[in-house]
Design a protein around this ligand. Structure first.
Ligand SMILES: *Cc1c(COP(=O)(O)O)cnc(C)c1O
Length: 461
């Protein structure tokens, strides 16, 4: 089981190579050389233990090059982040034909935990195999950084550096990052905004002097390893619903989660159609629905983790929908990167739309859906979840297939918007309450790239 690139890279890479590379050498994304056919009873495994299911899927996708122990450990960690407090698959039925899959029972109460918890031990194992160390540098507006800190704290071969804009992440997000005591984690607060943090990270990733101390890379959602961590829950949720090929409605930003659902369907899982629900930053939905793929300035919405204008994983879907036409993919994304705009052929647009459909949900609909969910089901949902639920409700529950909407974060992570919809604050779980009063460790720096380089170098030494 090997991996190739979406823009023509054909020398097969193992899973370990794809995991440590992140991006493929052709500038595209890694995808499996061919999608594997399960050599086990997929339906039975989907209905069984989540750790076993994950282990089987990882092995199917070639993760066993890292050894059976690493696979086991990764599966156990993602299982711990998946199950709810009662130790069950967190699937809640709210209507005859509608379920909500709660993917926020991990350490930072958001779905990115599951993939991040899984790739941390796998990354460690890949580095141990090659006798290497890795410095991960990442910029965060909140959620990704927190999930990364919680996952990589204590990793033997990885140092993690997270830049966040001082005073511009929510208190909960900051505390989730800064109260972790681990020698291999460095939290840097920058006197600037998120774009300043991103600029610093870009600069550091190209900095030769950092590479003298091992590999340097970033934690981002184009990594095939992260994507793979999101496949098992589609299968487990579909099995737990008892429905025949339920459709999935996915709150979408970078399109990694929705594409993982597509993979679950592709390998023969009991997974129906995938629908991507986006907020006002809807370049993806426009591309799928009209064929016009245009990058605009991102605007801030309540579903802030979905404020993405050029979703990187869209390239994987284009690759598959075009019949794996690498040259076409390269041309298309070269043009998009240069001009911010491309027009897809009607054939390609039709093929994309047949694979994954998409719709745009407004801020008003998001807020109204939070109120509706509470009134109708006595359930408090976060703004990201509300985008998916709104899309599912609009698609019509009555006559359509059964649908499963993904709930990607705990409402207490976004208390202000939820309160504006409900008139009261969401209940704060113990995992958040416990953060207040814990000791914080944070290195503050000026908005200056040289200052950033200096602290990272000192941390590496
Ligand atoms: C990242 C994120 C999303 C979007 O997931 P993608 O894989 O980027 O499409 C949705 N909801 C929450 C809470 C997130 O953190």
């Amino acid at each position: 089981m090997n991996y190739i690139g979406t823009r023509g890279f054909r020398e097969p890479r193992t899973f370990a190579g794809a995991l440590l590379d992140g991006l493929a050498p052709d500038g595209g994304l890694y995808v499996p050389e061919t999608y594997p056919t399960p050599d086990f009873d997929l339906a039975a495994a989907s209905a069984g233990d989540y750790g076993d299911l994950t282990e089987k899927l990882l092995t199917l996708f070639g993760v066993d090059v890292l050894g059976a122990e690493a696979v086991k450990k990764a599966a156990a960690r993602t299982k711990a982040a998946f199950l709810n407090e009662a130790g069950q698959v967190p699937l809640v039925q709210v209507e005859d034909n509608l379920w909500i899959l709660e993917l926020f029972h991990g350490p930072t109460l958001a779905f990115k935990d599951m993939a991040m918890q899984m790739i941390a031990p796998l990354t460690d194992a890949a580095l141990a195999q090659n006798g290497e160390t890795l410095t991960l540098v990442t910029a965060t507006s909140g959620d990704t950084g927190a999930a990364a800190v919680r996952a990589f704290a204590g990793s033997e071969h990885v140092r993690l550096v997270v830049f966040h804009p001082l005073g511009r992440v929510s208190p909960v997000q900051r505390l989730q990052m800064t109260t972790v005591e681990a020698d291999n984690v460095l939290n840097i607060g920058v006197e600037g905004d998120f774009d300043d943090c991103q600029r610093m990270v870009k600069r550091l990733l190209g900095e030769e002097s950092l590479k003298q101390n091992g590999l340097v890379s970033s934690v981002n959602s184009i990594n095939w390893g992260r994507l793979l961590g999101q496949v098992p829950y589609y299968l487990a949720a579909a099995a737990a619903s008892g429905a025949d090929h339920p459709e999935f409605v996915v709150p979408t930003g970078n399109f990694g989660d929705a594409f993982a659902g597509w993979v679950g369907r592709k390998i023969g899982g009991n997974v129906g159609h995938i629908h991507a629900a986006v907020n006002r930053n809807d370049a993806l939905a426009q591309a799928i629905n009209t064929g016009h793929y245009v990058r605009h300035q991102a605007v801030e919405t309540a579903s802030v983790s979905m404020d993405v204008q050029a979703p990187s994983n869209f390239e994987r879907l284009v690759f598959e929908a075009s019949g794996r036409h690498a040259e076409g993919v390269k041309g298309l994304f070269d043009t998009f990167n240069a001009t911010g705009k491309v027009f897809l052929s009607p054939d390609l647009q039709g093929a994309l739309n047949a694979q994954v459909s998409a719709s745009t949900i407004s801020e008003g609909e998001t807020k109204a859906t939070i109120a509706y969910g509470y009134k109708k089901w006595n359930k408090v949902i976060c703004p990201h979840t509300a985008v998916a639920v709104a899309a599912a409700l609009k698609r019509g529950m009555g006559q359509s297939q059964p649908q499963i909407a993904l709930a990607t974060a705990h409402p207490a992570k976004f208390p202000d918007f939820v309160a504006s919809a409900l008139g009261f604050q969401p209940e704060v779980p113990e995992a958040i309450r416990a953060l207040y009063g814990s000791k914080e460790t944070i290195t503050s720096i000026r908005n200056d790239e040289f200052a950033a380089l200096e602290v990272v170098k000192a941390f590496q030494a």
